[in-house]
Design a protein around this ligand. Sequence first.
Ligand code: LRH
Ligand code: MN
Ligand code: MN
Length: 386
Amino acid sequence: MAVTPTPAQLDRLQIEVPSWAYGNSGTRFRVFTTPGTPRDPFEKLADAAEVHRHTGLAPTVALHYPWDKVDDWDALRRHAEDLGVALGTVNSNTFQDDDFKFGSLAHPDARIRRKAVDHHLECIEVMHATGSRDLKVWLADGTNYPGQDSIRERQDRLAESLAQIYAEIDEEHRMVLEYKFFEPAFYHTDIPDWGTSYVHCLALGDRAKVVLDTGHHAPGTNIEFIVAQLLRLGKLGAFDFNSRFYADDDLIVGAADPFQLFRIVVELIAGGGYGDPDVQLVLDQCHNIEAKVPGQIRSVLNVQEAIAKALSLDTDALAVARRDCDVLLANEIMMDAYATDVRPLLTEHRAAKGLPENPMRAFLDSGYLDRIAAERVGGTQAGWGA
Ligand code: LRH
Ligand code: MN
Ligand code: MN
């Protein structure tokens, strides 16, 4: 009962990979190091380019500023181009500076808010040099205890700070605003949900859109509902894909709940967001114990598999079943698509494009991991935060 996706449909998939996935990361208990971990943004890009070379799915790399800071941005841009990739979203960072202990854009002190706004203006300068379109804002702002600060006044300050930043982005730029229900703040977070992000984006203007990080919801949240809603409002700017078992685990997308990923991309396609450059698909993951480049390859392949299953959905038959209120048939059609083994189709698709049929195997056989382990000695390995 499933249909077969066309090569043109499959070819619309593009996934942005995060520079920080290639650096070391961990939990508050321990950060484990891995031989060959990049020591600077140039080496991170080299690793990211391997993902694209083997899968053809990851043509851009998101930067996190100032984790990714170089003296010569032109050189970094050229380096990316030479490797066959491009620099993507610039993520701001106001969560690792002592001044931001009590918040950044929503801080009670105008001086600190100014510093946080200035950081974003610096990010806009970086975007000019990198040719990036999107400024991604995620804030750790919030409080830990009832009464600590005024929830309401913080919203007002936040709105004012965001407007100052938005006023400085170019016509071709966008500001994408990410929400997260808790952590690091534990009592209230200033942008905890899609609705709060949405109202700020609405106030800012057309070039402000919501970022949906799949790990940023309470357990049991119906994420595909949020996808459907934001798409119909024209305000879904980007995804941060990852998966979670407990909190914001940043595990490999599709690892914890492949069915949820399928349902999310079904809504993405139904709402016209698939293949639309205005809805950027980005990974936001950390590989704490597994190898990083293979972890990223697995991730983009998981997204590709979910998309291929979703494209297998017989939407005509589904429309009829829905019109007839045939609950069981509609659900069966949905499950047929999910149960379709798309792996042979994707193998064929890769072969037709001159890509390795099994990207993971081809990468592991290439000797790249041994090479970087031997070459990248000395210096300091990049980590989550450097
Ligand atoms: C916050 C977040 C946000 C940050 C990234 C490193 O949890 O998802 O996107 O920029 O992690
Ligand atoms: Mn994120
Ligand atoms: Mn997160």
